[in-house]
Each structure stands twice: as structure tokens, then as C-alpha cells.
Design a protein around this ligand. Structure first.
Ligand code: URA
Length: 197
């Protein structure tokens, strides 16, 4: 089936996900669910945590301040946002930007699993510890991908259903907004993608 049609099906399912604890908050605030954006044949897929307010207002991932950092990092190695695919593990905004709850991650993760199968990226880059933990466990790398401060910017090989993939855990780009040294680390870690483009 056409990738765009399959991704639209995911959008429709999330749109109607009334059993989500975040559904009422979404509708009361006239927010949108944020499914994902970018190249449906992307080699690199970035997975963040959950939409913030900007994202929920626009229905687009990483379109606020953290997204600006992500775009700058892409540009720094000659990548355009339209070359990559960007999504989150949780598709609706948690109230007040609180951390997503385990039951929210469990509810939304099957949509991410489907997105990975549709797009079939060579590289999955996790942004922050929530997507890192989920992807590490999904690909049986839980014993290798430990604390983010040890593994950020490193590459881990795993078997996806469609072949070998590389997992790259990264700090969440929001850290670059308030810590200059973390920003430098993120940009440094981003160099790893040069060998995949
Ligand atoms: N932070 C995230 O994890 N995802 C977004 O889409 C925006 C900010």
C-alpha cells in the first residue's frame, strides 16, 4: 500500500483515540494530535518525546524552540528537515509539558511501531530518554543502551523486521536551549549522521 495512505490511516486512528487520557485535554484546548512529518522514504528518523504547546497548536512535530535547534543541527551537516522524518513517541500533548506517563507511552507506541515499519529508516535517532528507553527495549538493546550520558552519539546495530538498522541515542534538543555545553555536545554528536546521508 502507498506509504502516504498508510500514514493517513495512523493519523485517523490517533485522531479518534478517545480512550487516550490525553484526548479530552486535546479537544478542550483545540489542540491537534501530532503524528509526524517529513520524507516518507527517509533514511533517518528522529523520535522525540511528546508534542509541546507549539506542536499541539499546529499539529506538527518540533516546530517550536527545540525544533529550531533540530533544524539547525540538520543544516549543520547539510540535511534538510524535508530529508528526514520526525515524530514523537506520544502523539498528544501532556498537560503543562509534564513527562509522559508509562501508560501513555504504552498506548501510543504501537503507532510509532507502525510508522517505523512504513518508513523503514536505516537510522533511528532518539531525542531524549523516553524514546531512547522505548527503542532500546524494542530492539533488545536494553543492556547496551544504558544512561543517556554514557551512550549519546554512539551507534548501536539492531535487527528491525525489514533489515539491519542503526540506533543513535541523542540528548533532547531542548537541553541546548538552556545549557550551552549541551548544545555543543548535541552538534558534535550529530556528526555521526554524515556517514548515513
Ligand atoms: N519536544 C518533543 O519531544 N517533541 C516535539 O515535537 C516538540 C518538543
Amino acid at each position: 500500500m502507498d506509504k502516504t495512505i498508510e500514514l493517513k490511516q495512523i493519523r485517523n486512528e490517533v485522531w479518534n483515540l478517545k480512550e487516550s487520557p490525553l484526548y479530552q485535554y486535546r479537544t478542550q484546548n483545540k489542540y491537534y494530535p501530532v503524528i509526524g512529518e517529513g520524507n516518507h522514504d527517509a533514511k533517518i528518523m528522529f523520535i522525540g518525546e511528546a508534542p509541546g504547546e507549539h506542536e499541539a497548536k499546529q499539529g506538527r512535530p518540533f516546530c517550536g524552540a527545540a525544533g529550531q535547534v533540530l533544524t539547525e543541527m540538520c543544516t549543520s551537516i547539510g540535511l534538510k528537515r524535508s530529508d528526514v522524518y520526525v515524530t514523537n513517541i506520544v502523539k498528544d500533548r501532556p498537560p503543562g509539558n509534564r513527562d509522559p506517563l508509562p501508560e501513555e507511552i504504552a498506548l501510543y507506541a504501537p503507532f510509532l511501531d507502525k510508522q517505523i515499519l512504513i518508513i523503514q529508516p536505516d537510522v533511528i535517532a532518539t531525542l531524549g530518554r523516553f524514546s531512547m528507553r522505548y527503542i532500546a527495549e524494542k530492539y533488545n538493546l536494553g543492556d547496551k543502551i544504558t544512561g543517556i550520558s554514557h551512550v549519546h552519539g554512539k551507534t548501536f546495530e539492531a535487527w528491525a523486521d525489514y533489515g539491519v538498522i542503526t540506533i543513535v541515542p541523542l540528548f533532547h534538543p531542548a537541553v541546548a536551549l538552556y545549557k550551552a555545553d549541551q548544545r555543543a555536545i548535541l552538534f558534535q554528536d550529530f556528526q555521526v549522521f554524515k556517514s548515513f546521508i
